[in-house]
Ligand binder design. Sequence first.
Ligand code: GAL
Length: 385
Amino acid sequence: MRNSKIAVLATGMTLTMALAACSGGGAGSGGNGSDGETGAAAAEGGLIGVSMPTETSERWIADGAAVEKGLTDAGYEVSLQFAGDDIPTQSQQIDQMITQGVDLLVIAAIDGTALSGQLDAAAAAGIPVISYDRLIRDSENVDFYVTFDNEEVGVQQATSLLVGLGILNEDGSEGDATGPFNVELFAGSLDDNNAHFFWKGAMDTLQPYIDEGTLVVKSGQTDIEQAATLRWSQETAQKRMEDLLTAAYSDGSKVDGVLSPFDGISRGVITALQNAGYGPGIDAGMPIISGQDAEIASVKLIADGVQYSTIFKDTRKLADQAVVTAEAYLAGEEPEANDTETYDNGVKVVPSYLLESDIVYADNIQPLLVDSGYYTTEQVESGQS
Ligand code: GAL
């Protein structure tokens, strides 16, 4: 079994390396931007299961491709599965990976509380589990967590909203605008641990302005339960924005800003607003709308002056971190953590490696996303990768 795995691996590697040589390496090309520095570990081999939540969002496709490429470049065989945002499908896919005899699992959970059974089985089989981007909760069998500083992402989302409204300047100093501004708030999927961190960071930043009356949430919906968007769905967000407009803005008042935690949600909000006669762009009355993930469709909307901002989390770096962590486990070593306090999953504090994110505005798309090779100019112009 092991020998046949290695034979497949050797063929796969030759192919992958040939393909890698022709690839540009950014998000648009599915590469991970590593320049083969992990290739030296190729001799180790092994099969790694990578479970991603969905292919409906471009970010998870880029993550899956980058993790797969990083691991194959490092000499591992990879079983990569997407679960169509369906919890039972993800559980079954992970069960299958365990039965297949994977040596390690990398999992971005759909519902962070739904995988305890799979993680028990993995632990019983001696398979280390790396929680990828989203923390798996309620299990002692999560070995490591690679992610971004999620609370800081929320701070950045709220900060960009304040900058867009003119309350703050980009350098963080006080801006000239005093409001009052009407804002509405969106949160992510409550079964995703990250949604709570984004919300906390954002609300800690916005609350003082709400308290002093500079920001007014006209719908009154200021609890995360009211603002939540199940599965981060664009359609659900569009529907909620339509409902908010009907409920709170039928008197002719206007929405000035929307806190959005994810580009898909931002695009749903934009569609609802455009259908209601806002915009099309910010200069024609589209509210200031934040986002996350620097998805190519939203980067184009930012370049075109429709969406105001997004948060760039470089999936190449996250994938590289997952690869480095996997290599450490498979070499029998402890991976390096840079945070051993923040991420309590309900059973234990999971050692974590947190990466930094950046706010993207129209004026820094070029240095952050194009010069870094994440997207090409053509991709930004077309909105497609
Ligand atoms: C979160 C992730 C965000 C965004 C969102 C929707 O868990 O951290 O970057 O991708 O899911 O997919």
